[in-house]
Design a protein around this ligand. Sequence first.
Ligand SMILES: [Fe+2]
Length: 580
Amino acid sequence: MALTILGLSGALTHDPSAALYIDGKLVAAAEEERFVRDKHAKNRMPYEAAKFCLEFAGIRPTDVDAVAIPYAPISLLEKARWHYARRYLYAPDRALDAIFAGNRRYYRYKKRIEWCLTQLGFDLKKIEIVPVEHHLAHAASAYHCSGFKEKTAILGIDGKGEYATTFFGYGENGKIHKLKEFYDPDSLGGLYGAITEYLGFEMLDGEYKVMGMAPYGDPKKYDFSRLATFENGELKVNTDYANVIGFRRYKENGKGYYFSPRLVEWLGPKRIGDIADDPYIHYAASMQKLFEDLALQMIDYHLGDILRETGRLAFSGGGALNVKLNQRIIARPEVKELFVQPASGDAGTAVGAAAYISAERGVPVEKMEHVYLGPSFSNEDVIAACAKHPAKPRWEKIDDVPQRIAKILADGNPVAWFQGRMEFGPRALGARSILGCPSAAGVADRINEQIKFRERWRPFCPSMLDTVGPQMLGCEHPAPFMTFTFNVTDEWKHRVPEVVHEDGTSRAQVLERKHNPRYYDLMVELEKLTGNGVVLNTSLNRRGEPMICSPTDALNMFYGSDLEYLVMEDIWATKTIFQE
Ligand SMILES: [Fe+2]
């Protein structure tokens, strides 16, 4: 009998997603935002995503053995609720809530999941819903998906789950053991989020922009050490400044923020607009440095012994998307290999919760080798979408996609690239991407002019052949998911300048052919033309939109931008008259 576990995330009102494990194999996974075309799909349940997973696998609700959810009731006997109550004494109603009604959110969420399952055709009397603590789900999405066989240190950093904000543990023989947790408001991820808000971005969305801004600033100019301390194994965030609720919040135009008026008194007005100037670039640099330094101290204190024993670390939670921290972790002598769950935000907890329950029921899950887990579309689907589209696109079926597209790229043109199954997680990895030739001067600017309109200080990233990775990055560490930055070697800085960041690093995807043959072959063709088996790769979407899912989404985006070339499977669509 097959063991079929459906994981559903969305407990924290953002990033709902679904993931389906059948007999330990991750058959399908997708984020709700892609289907409903609403970034982060806030306050939604993963209805479309779950529907896709079941349909893709060709199974019915009655075939599912259990639904795993990454949010669980927390006992009053645990430290979590008491810590919260004590630290939020200045907001007595919330503090008392944590003691007397501390699982209210869980019950509210469970009701919504039950509603969603009913809509999907599940019989609530027959289906078992299994709660998994939020940080255990993050931990499982890292450890169980890592494929590591040795004893593995596990780290989780996010804003917060039920109460926990940070998780330290280890995995051994397929089992996860919890060593230590920190609780709200003592959250390093939350602090980064608060400063993200102060710097004018949205929390749970703009953190990577702060990270992109940081290299332009000087972290020594402003000392941020007062914001948080790590002593005797405990993290303490200074709630005079950040991670605040209730009356301590800074308010502007009726909106309350996660930082306090005192932070504004200290650092000056909250940043507005797209500027990346003094002093805000220095604040970004200081926050990034504090985050890295504290995270490394925490890792050393709580996980150092395990790392010195086996050198394996599995990392998840929103904080694991901090590619600069990850670079510093890999540089530690005791770390031999770091696995970062590619969907480290809350979308990945659907995978984690399902993997956790699968493993607990005796079916260990396979290593997560790639993220091509979403819907795919045939040439016929693409042609039908073109026929239906009001812009009446010109299209042609071509049989040499890698060669043709490589030529267009080498001529300095951006190309919208839509191939195979959609990626799971926030990174475009060659299934729904906008591509450019990284040695073509000005291509990043052209992509910005035609579609992305990104802040000028935000870098574009490279995908590269596995034969090129070690030469360009000077490092053999696996990098399949764009979860790490690397220092680019001097020679390659000159060869592919369009994908090297201000500080000389690149957030790289190093691709093995077996995971995406067509994308790999494209880079091989580009290498023949330019000498570099590297392509500039950014996600296929307009600013503020979720990544493209279907051919119709791609056509809408194409005609809502100045892009000239779009290739979907073997169908090449352009806005210009064909040359040949
Ligand atoms: Fe989380």
